[in-house]
Design a protein around this ligand. Structure first.
Ligand code: ZN
Length: 210
């Protein structure tokens, strides 16, 4: 996972710290209501720690953190699919506020512009950092790329484990939820079936050592 996303501008300044303080207060209330002794050494700083953590893992909800998608002219005239697979991501289920996490695979077919490959991972990370449902995350990544990069097509596949399904509820550890979406042309174009090609790449174990 990229670290550069951590550098966050803080345009709200004082307001940001006030909001974190209010989150900490609310967490403290939850813990106390649950009957925990908040003075315990392991719990004493938990409210402010959780507030800092929420501020970080929900930063994708704050507009100022939207990734700048620097695009470059497609001078080489590359016309086939560009795909980055196995991009790890972590998100929080909007219904239960517990993590869902997995890997994303993003492909696009360039038109006039191409984009730095690390930006594809940044886009997924940005939209993952908010209360999410996997279906919406998949669509938001595709929409953002379609809008900013204006490619001939985009395809996004996410595979994730949902802790709300594993540690509570139906308790099905290890179940994988898959979501897939496409934008633009992702069908047969000039004799190439890009959707099939995308899925074929996913089935390969990959030959680059990891
Ligand atoms: Zn859930």
């Amino acid at each position: 996972m990229e670290r550069e996303g951590k550098k966050e501008k803080s345009p709200c300044g004082k307001d940001c710290s006030e909001r974190r303080r209010r989150i900490a207060k609310s967490i403290r209330e939850i813990l106390e209501t649950l009957g925990f002794d908040i003075a315990r050494s392991d719990l004493r700083d938990t409210p402010s720690r959780v507030a800092e953590m929420y501020w970080e893992i929900f930063r994708g909800e704050r507009e100022e953190n939207e990734p700048k998608l620097t695009v470059f002219p497609n001078d080489e005239g590359y016309r086939s699919m560009v795909m980055v697979r196995d991009i790890p991501f972590y998100s929080m289920c909007a219904h239960h506020l517990v993590p869902f996490f997995g890997v994303g695979h993003i492909g696009y077919i360039p038109a006039e512009s191409i984009v730095g490959l690390s930006k594809l991972a940044r886009v997924l990370e940005h939209f993952a950092r908010r209360p999410q449902v996997q279906e919406r995350l998949t669509e938001q990544v595709a929409d953002f790329l379609q809008k900013k990069l204006n490619p001939r097509g985009v395809m996004v596949v996410l595979e994730a484990r949902h802790l709300c399904m594993e540690m509570r509820g139906v308790e099905k550890p290890g179940a994988l939820t898959m979501t897939t979406t496409t934008r633009g042309t992702f069908d047969v174009e000039e004799g190439v079936d890009y959707r099939k090609e995308f899925l074929r790449h996913l089935l390969r174990p990959g030959s680059v050592p990891r």
